[in-house]
Design a binder for this molecule. Sequence first.
Ligand code: HXC
Length: 535
Amino acid sequence: MSISSLRKIVSKVVPHRPTPPPPVAASTRVDYHRLAEIAEEKALAFQHAKGKQTARERLAALLDPDSFVEIGEFAGGDVTKGFLGAAVITGFGEIAGRQVAVYAQDFSIRGGTLGAAEGQKILALMDKAMALRIPLISLLDSGGARIQEGVMALSQYGRIFKKTCQASGMIPQISLILGPCAGGAVYSPALTDFIIMTKENSHMFVTGPDVVRAVTGENVSLADLGGGQLHNFQSGVAHYLAEDEEDALDYVRSLLTYLPSHCDELPPHYDYTPSKDDELAAAEVGSIVPAESRQPYDIVKVIEHLVDYGEFVQIQENFAASIVIGFACINGSSVGIVADQPNHNAGTLDVDASEKAARFVRCCNAYGIPIVTLVDVPGYRPGTEQEQAGIIRRGAKLIFAYANASVPMVTVILRKAYGGAYIVMGSKSIGADFTYAWPNAEIAVMGAEGAVNILKRREIKAAGPDKKDMAEAAARLAAEYQAESINPNLSIQTGELDGIIDPSTTRQAIAESLEVLRSKDRSHPGPKRHSNGPL
Ligand code: HXC
């Protein structure tokens, strides 16, 4: 029977559910490859009916053509029960010519669930990825632990969690959620470096809608409980919200262009020929930032004016929008960028922004990617809501991340840097190698009005009792204070800043600094087991 006639039969007989290949008696000699063809045809019908690709289609779309080498294709199968292989495909392939390890859960086989065999295949692949020191990419689409296998299935997850932690910071680990990711199984991607979800069909939750209903009485949809929108905009679990599977796979390929294959490899460097467009963009960057320090603007535009070809790959774009993080290249070398976003809540640091940036700084540090910090921050966000949300504990994470980072770090203060946020955002004292400020930058413990209300309290009172007179005195004193004290002069005298630079030379200053720091010694044999930071 030809494949095309098979396809007709499949679409007629199996519109929604994949029947496994017919059970084969134990004594029969099995034509595995023929059965595999039939199984894939059925998987096609099953997955396409759900608006999803099959595991094999996904692998073909992710990897360079013909580069996939599968391992253990039929391991974990039992043809006598109609299962040709385990519910996960594992192997190696190339992305832009670089080797990666990859596994794809196959929802058409027992709901992509994880049992002993699937666990063994994934664990073996992870061992190989670490031995080969290559990135590990997982394509997840699964009902979670296979209920029939009980505690054994749970233990396999435990082993995968442990190995994921072992690999964390050694090789990049990227998870794509392309279907359900249910129960404790969500912690498998949660432990990896990046999680990518799609707008449709991508769900992550610790307890599904049925359990929620049973336990709390709450009626909630799959999307509201664990859809891509929720985890990108609200929870911050995911790092990218893809339009569809194709977009999700594209994003993985983009991410990898900025990451080394392992922690001891230098980050990627590309041939870069200085272009007129980049020079022009860099020269004009000052015109994007309004002089008035409270006026909002889009920091992403500033970043795009400073990096090679204006290409900036944002991470967690939709979450904690008062800070922007992502990868770009400067003179062909990969850098991580952390920048305040004045367009959102004036760029204040809040609990989510602190955690978002902290995780990214640690990620860059783990993989040896230099960090460029662009500062325009009025301070930590004040108020009971933030204090109650734990701004002390969670804000400390960003300090911890910068203070422990040993990669080259260059910081530029564009317009303002006040209070604790000045210190936290990659200041010299927290560990930056080189720090610069634009000429009109405001650097101080607090704004002029707040400062004179404390320092010149008596003088302002003496101008009274008329309130108007007092307000005028306060405004005059604030203006004097602003002119005298809120500028980069003190910082440059004390060595907190290495230079006051014209905005048009920002790209050049960053590029030259990174060049100087290229051979920075990163070895630090610590006298302790590990630090005990605010996790
Ligand atoms: C065994 C499972 C399964 C599971 C799905 N299936 N989940 N089999 N164990 N956990 C089977 C179904 O019975 C079905 O088999 C096939 O997979 C496809 O599932 P459907 O339900 O038909 O698909 P769909 O309608 O798309 O719904 C997908 C789903 C739903 C939302 C994932 O199946 C579901 O809610 N499953 C349970 C999810 C869950 O609670 N998992 C948590 C497990 S605990 P047939 O034979 O009918 O085709 C866990 C802990 C991890 O993961 C360890 C932490 C330490």
